[in-house]
Design a protein around this ligand. Structure first.
Ligand code: FES
Length: 262
């Protein structure tokens, strides 16, 4: 019997610079267009490149958009050479529990503004009052921030405020700090972890929640912050730092060689 194998290639339709080392990518991937708030995808540029998780900012009729923060070789490759992607898995993860909470206080750090905007858009439709506190210097996607939030502020040292629910994304340190600022409030935080296969086999994304290991790729990425062992998570944050530094250095040399040849 004759077999036909169809390879799908995912096109990056647009790359728009939105800040220092930050880009808005629009990607054609029909299976992601029905994603739910708070979900993410895993992308891989070619068979030799690393798989990286990216939070979905918004779904569109052709696929989705996301925020790419260039932090190392894989994200740099995506920016420099990623016109097409070999592999996209998603939408992945348990969607954010959208509902009517009342006054919701969002905390974002750096790229965390992307998943925060995705969730906030859905909570606004439910009639919640939304305030954003961004805790790093540069706030990307300002036009969307102004459209979605009733109030917003930038502060690296936030103080507790009256609210019914706290939501955070972009930094494990920030989420840990929020558990001290709000000891008696519900906090839903997106954990920041490395991911490899995103199907529950590699266990790289394990998070200690309420004394038990859970997988961020299939059971997360949102967890009740008071139950997360942030110290354990933070201690594993830099585990691949040296390999990442070497890979980035090699890639920068490669770019330099290409430039000289060109
Ligand atoms: S990324 Fe491998 S188990 Fe979650």
């Amino acid at each position: 019997m004759k077999r036909t194998i169809i390879f799908t290639v995912f096109r990056i339709i647009e790359k728009l610079r939105v800040g220092e080392k930050a880009y808005l990518l629009k990607i054609q991937a029909s299976q992601v267009k029905r994603s739910k708030p708070g979900q993410f995808v895993i992308v891989q540029r070619d068979e030799l490149s690393e798989r990286i998780p990216l939070s979905i900012l918004e779904s569109h009729e052709y696929g989705f958009s996301c925020l790419l923060k260039v932090v190392g070789r894989s994200t740099m490759e995506l920016l420099e050479e990623g016109e097409e992607l070999l592999y996209i898995a998603g939408p992945l993860g348990v969607p954010f529990p959208v509902g009517r909470y009342g006054r919701v206080l969002f905390y974002s750090h750096d790229w965390g503004i992307a998943p925060i905007l995705n969730v906030a858009r859905a909570l606004k439709i439910e009639g919640n009052f939304l305030k954003l506190v961004h805790t790093s210097e540069e706030l990307y996607l300002m036009d969307q921030v102004e459209r979605v939030f009733h109030l917003w502020d930038v502060s690296s040292d936030p103080l507790p405020e009256e609210c019914d629910l706290v939501v955070s994304a972009g930094s494990n340190h920030l989420s840990e700090k929020l558990t001290q600022l709000y000891p008696n409030k519900p906090i839903l935080s997106m954990v920041n972890v490395h991911m490899l296969d995103a199907v529950g086999l590699c266990l790289v994304c394990r998070v200690r929640v309420d004394g038990e290991y859970r997988l961020a790729c299939s059971e997360g990425p949102w967890f009740e912050a008071h139950k997360v062992d942030w110290r354990d998570l933070i201690s594993r944050e830099n585990i691949y730092k040296e390999q990442e530094r070497q890979a980035t250095e090699e890639y920068l040399k490669l770019l330099k060689r290409r430039e000289l040849k060109g």
